[in-house]
Design a protein around this ligand. Sequence first.
Ligand code: KG4
Ligand code: ZN
Length: 341
Amino acid sequence: MSSPVVLGIESSCDETGAGLVRDGRLLGSALASSMDEHARFGGVVPEVAARAHVHALMPVVRRALDEAGLRARDIGAVAVTTGPGLSGALQVGLAGAKGLAYALGVPLYGVHHLAGHVAADTLVHGPLPDPCVVLIVSGGHTSLLLVRDLARDPIVHLGDTLDDAAGECFDKVARVFGLPYPGGPAMDRTAREGDPRAVPFPRPLATGPSGHRFAFSFSGLKTAAARWAEHHRAAGPALPLADGAASFQEAVADVLTRKAVAACTEHGVSTLVVVGGVAANSRVRSLAEERCAAAGIALRVPPLRLCTDNGAMIAAVGDLLVRAGAAPAPLEVSVDPSAPL
Ligand code: KG4
Ligand code: ZN
């Protein structure tokens, strides 16, 4: 007998996502974004995001069902992001998920947002090898993880950022450069015309509190990029933006991929998975490819639409939990905005 269709709901930040997964296969998904509403503020406004989820949630679930050619009564379990994320935004998704699970009489599963990012890759490349190293790089997180069985084993943090997340650093530096929000994609586009060797930005190789080698630090690089922009603005009329963006992007990609490959080598792991919004960055991808190939490591990067926040990745974790026989969450489960992994 095949396992049930799992509906996944994601609402931790500014994307409202729904996805339907059964037996590791993506059946349908849909996404709505409130990104445009936040653009003029230069960052996500929590209250605006929460209200947008209220409007988008049920239409997004409907669109995912339509894409899959399914009806609501075909849903056999509901999985929802319970954290980490914006409290109000998470609560909208959880309330909707609870209502659906209750009305349909199906189990509810709470999912950690980062586990979702990790699982996204399974929808295109199949089950994750055990063990694998996962580099999660998004607007909120920059971590190197040692992952075994996602449904059963705790994820081990090999290193995290000590200050800014890589995506946050992209967004903040882009703002200083006068590029539109969200900054990551804008920096990526601008960098295409620039020389990555033009500006010798620092390569922050921070050592974590316990002296381990896999922690990250991006605030020094952010400050260096801001100083560079200020210096050029003061000195002359035109900011050599493309060179600045290409050099900044190169510094981030260099640090991320160097540490990720070192983590694989040190832990004897032969597969690296790169997920999260910054995995969409063209230079992070190409440098990861180069360095993994040189080190004999298999690289898995999900396609762009699965790299950024989406509902399918939450459904993917729900599907793993259902198939592993995990206990569902009680209907009183609440959000955990600052959940540790
Ligand atoms: O995973 P995600 O959609 O949301 C969370 O933060 O959980 O990641 C969003 C982040 C933003 O900081 C955005 O600027 C960054 O991913 N990003 C990129 C690119 N596309 C998205 N950063 C660099 N280059 C890109 N092409
Ligand atoms: Zn995310």
